[in-house]
Design a protein around this ligand. Structure first.
Ligand SMILES: C[S@@+](CC[C@H](N)C(=O)[O-])C[C@H]1O[C@@H](n2cnc3c(N)ncnc32)[C@H](O)[C@@H]1O
Length: 313
């Protein structure tokens, strides 16, 4: 039986801090100082393949994206035990993160092994390899870069191929034995399933990244009308052109000012956070909550502008 001591707990926390990057305060697209190749695995699961690759190819730099907290924690522990310095993990939706994190022509290799196929038509929104995602990934590849997908699901394989064809992206396919190097590869091997790979080649598309650009605006106001602040806390603002919605959902009075519960939507991407309206020695400050885990999207920036415009007196 394992003895879970305080030192083990602190070792675990350290392992997570060292290896897992918080995406919220990163400047995007990323500028990484690294030598060798830049290799990204999407949906790394328990991280066994990713950490093994990073361990054996110390001159290259590896990044993993997975939306599961457990996957990130397990893989960070593996990375810590192997003392890896050439691996960073980011937790989040790869659809959003690949597009925002990586500049065009910046990656040597992207890997995605046994993605969830979401076979029902009611789940089609969840499938990763839709046209937008394929455009993002093929644009991030360097001229000799490759994106390798391996799946055990033939319908999914056909669906990805159709999407690639419709975008006129060059690719090759192979039937292969399930990969022994990943947990799901072994699982499908034990069940006697087949695997298919798709190797996608680079193609440049004009990618619209919503996190590019200026830092988050703060607003300084000479005075604030508290009645107007109460009014805005029930209001919704839509911008058809930018496809953004900002909805304020309640006002709280804190020790150091006012807190507005806010929902910001960019297209289908929605985030909840707080906007702070706070008196200062001279005037007022409107800003995001310090601890907000929020991407500074156009809708989030607009939420600050809306508050500043509506509540000044
Ligand atoms: C079926 S598992 C495969 C794991 C591993 N590649 C393997 O072969 O064992 C799929 C992985 O993709 C991750 N995933 C699913 N959807 C994702 C998304 N939209 N963005 C990032 N990761 C995702 C899941 O959390 C899970 O770890």
């Amino acid at each position: 039986m394992q003895n879970f001591t305080a030192s083990k707990a602190s070792r675990n926390t350290k392992s997570l801090e060292k290896c897992i990057l918080s995406p919220f305060n990163l400047r995007m697209p990323l500028v990484l100082e690294h030598s060798g190749k830049l290799i990204v695995e999407i949906g790394f699961g328990n991280g066994e393949l990713l950490t093994r690759m990073a361990h054996s190819r110390t001159k290259d730099f590896f990044m993993g994206i997975d939306n599961s907290e457990i996957s990130c924690e397990k893989s960070a522990k593996r990375a810590y035990d192997l003392k890896l310095k050439n691996l960073k993990l980011i937790r989040g939706d790869a659809k959003f993160l690949v597009r925002e994190l990586f500049a065009n022509e910046s990656l040597d290799l992207v890997l995605a092994f046994y993605p969830i196929p979401w076979p029902k038509s009611s789940q089609s929104d969840k499938r990763l390899f839709d046209r937008n995602f394929l455009m993002s990934v093929s644009s991030t590849l360097k001229p000799k870069g490759k994106f390798v997908i391996v799946t055990d699901d033939h319908d999914h394989f056909e669906w990805v191929k159709e999407n690639l064809k419709s975008l006129d992206i060059d690719f090759g396919t192979h039937a292969l034995q399930p990969l022994k190097s990943t947990k799901y590869g072994r699982k499908w091997e034990n069940l006697g399933r087949s695997s298919w790979s798709i190797v996608v080649h680079p193609k440049q598309f004009k990618i619209k990244r919503i996190l590019e650009g200026d830092e988050m605006p703060h607003a300084h106001l000479n005075d604030v009308d508290i009645e107007k602040l109460k009014e805005i806390s029930k209001k919704k603002f839509c911008d058809q052109r930018q496809k953004t919605i900002v909805q304020f959902k309640g006002l709280f009075k804190g020790e150091n000012g006012y807190i507005l519960r806010t929902i910001a939507v960019d297209g289908k991407f929605s985030q909840m956070y707080y906007v702070i309206v706070k008196p200062r020695e001279k005037g007022w400050l409107v800003r995001l909550d310090d601890v907000a885990k929020v991407f500074k999207t156009p809708a989030v920036k607009k939420s600050i502008e809306y508050v500043a415009k509506e509540v000044k007196s």
